[in-house]
Design a protein around this ligand. Sequence first.
Ligand SMILES: [Fe+2]
Ligand SMILES: [Fe+2]
Length: 191
Amino acid sequence: MSAQGAPRARRLTEANQEAHFLLEDLYLDFMEALLEVDYEAAHLQLARLTGAIEAHAALEDVHAIPRFAHWLEGRTEAQARTVSSLEGEIVVTEKTDLHLAGDHKILLRGLAAAARQLLALTEKQAPRRQLASVLEPFVRFQSVLEHHTVREQRFLYPVLDTILESEEAAALADSLIATVKAGSKIEVPPS
Ligand SMILES: [Fe+2]
Ligand SMILES: [Fe+2]
């Protein structure tokens, strides 16, 4: 375990950043198809994004967030909850833990809302003007994902970079990226 104040590796923080860059790319692939009013392609890209987020979030729900919660439980003084993040020293609170646990559910609900909206548009073969009037669920999802990324990069992974042993951290770092890549590989049935 790293001693308090010792230089800390950023392995998990960097791996999660890379994973979330991939998620942003998948979101933009989806939005690109949507704005081209190519609903078939939009369905495929939304399925890729959903698969990637489900797999990545499931890994974090089991292997990352509980470790963070356990770390937080063991600390009663605000001073002892200070972590060295990419933005300098920050204090972690119980509220942070609650947000992390809830974010994944909100993201998955947002994806379900986006899928419903996309289906409604597809059924009507809605033209671009009609699409433009109902973009809110798609855009809101992006803002939720951005907030979630910031929380993980500021709190969750700087803490895990500090408390996990290097072998465990290395395995988790690889999995953070692998889940996104594997989850986004949706089989397309032959036409
Ligand atoms: Fe993540
Ligand atoms: Fe996450």
